[in-house]
Design a protein around this ligand. Structure first.
Ligand code: ADP
Ligand code: MG
Length: 366
């Protein structure tokens, strides 16, 4: 069962103020994927998760889960649908304190009228067994530790054998050892064919997941921005996101021109650009082709001076770019020594290439 969010916007109205927590989210999660949602506190992670579960509805945009449009489902139908298709886990377990652990696990089966009443009990015990909690089945939640309660909450989320598990900071209130154990449980669920979406602000955990989606300022950080700037951490990406300006250029259009002054650098997020070295007499020399996940326009910002080359959108199709202004660009480099180092190396190679093409034999740094 796959998940697809298209142009999802969520605006909260509070005391006369409007706050847009999600600013047009596009996200596809395929069947059987394990996806970590990462981002600073307040970036919109929970709001995003609540769109998938139907706990909250978007102001605009669409959310489909297994081909079903969650936003158009009737409230009465939604709870049953959710109970059968989604296992939801919260940071603070939310077990009912007056029921035993086993009864908590059986509750979703009762609610959705899944399995016979005899099966519910044995199934509940089997699920508790799976998370190593069978021996505590008849205890009340208050009698076991937080990590144990969370394991029970996971067992409960699996009650109706849902194809999708959604967890909002499931390890947020646990010590790192317990968090690791919970994480391994999720890995096992993915191995068994479930789709798992896990919000976490634990970077170490996020790194172990095959796919991380970074939410910054109500937006998902473009995957090609991540590819272009792999050494930026979540904090730096969060600062960068609001200053990135999406720009489009038509096929063949000039994006930067050699000799001009430059005050922006660009990351390619769609399509291809061609880099040319203008020569006084005759045709421009083709220097390079750059594609998604690469940047250009950085030399004038780092080294000063005019643009060293002309860059055009490819003749075949238009391109989409993320533009970064001079100031934000400088801030990014001073905040990330690794990025600076890597970019200096890219610049060195590029200048050498230009120099070679020009045939002037002068090295880049001369
Ligand atoms: P995260 O889970 O990443 O910490 P949230 O999705 O909970 O962030 O919140 C994102 C932003 O939306 C926050 O600034 C929060 O204050 C705001 N927000 C969330 N829920 C509501 C609400 N019900 N009413 C008003 N503002 C909200
Ligand atoms: Mg949250």
């Amino acid at each position: 069962m796959s998940i697809e969010l298209t142009q999802v916007v969520k605006t909260f109205q509070t005391a006369g103020n409007a706050y847009t927590a999600l600013k047009g989210i596009d996200l596809k999660i395929g069947h059987g994927e394990f996806v970590a949602i990462v981002g600073k506190s307040g970036s919109g992670k929970s709001t995003l998760i609540n769109m998938i579960t139907g706990i909250d509805t978007p102001t605009s945009g669409s959310v489909t889960v297994g081909g079903v449009d969650v936003t158009r489902m009737r409230r009465s139908h939604l709870a049953q649908w959710r109970g059968r298709n989604l296992g939801i886990i919260f940071q603070f377990f939310q077990l009912l304190p007056t029921l035993t652990l086993l009864e908590n696990v059986m509750l979703p089966m009762d609610f959705c009228n899944m399995y016979s009443s005899k099966e519910r009990r044995s199934r509940g015990l089997a699920l508790l067994e799976q998370v190593g909690m069978a021996e505590h089945a008849h205890k009340m939640p208050g009698m076991v530790s937080g990590g144990q309660q969370q394991r029970v909450a996971i067992a409960r989320s699996l009650a109706n054998d849902p194809p999708i598990i959604v967890a909002d900071e499931p390890t947020g209130s646990l010590d790192s050892k317990t968090a690791d154990a919970i994480f391994r449980l999720f890995e096992r669920l993915v191995e068994s064919g479930k789709t798992v979406v896990m919000v976490t602000h634990d970077n170490d955990l996020a790194k172990k997941v095959r796919r991380s989606v970074i939410v910054a300022d109500g937006e998902i950080v473009n995957q090609y921005v991540l590819q272009a700037l792999p050494n930026l951490d979540v904090d730096m990406l969060t600062q960068l996101q609001p200053v990135l300006v999406q720009r489009q250029f038509a096929p063949g259009e000039v994006i930067i021109r050699a000799g001009d002054e430059g005050d922006q650098a660009y990351i390619i997020t769609k399509g291809v650009v061609e880099v040319f070295l203008p020569v006084p007499s005759g045709d421009d020399i083709h220097v390079a082709t750059l594609r998604e996940g690469q940047y250009f326009g950085e030399i004038a910002l780092v080294r000063g001076g005019p643009r060293t080359a002309t860059v055009r959108a490819s003749e075949q199709e238009g391109v989409e770019l993320m533009a970064i202004g001079r100031e934000a660009f400088g801030g990014m480099l001073s905040g990330s020594a690794l990025t600076q180092e890597e970019m200096n190396e890219v610049i060195r190679v590029r200048l050498e290439e230009l120099s070679r093409m020009r045939g002037d034999g002068h090295g880049a740094s001369s």
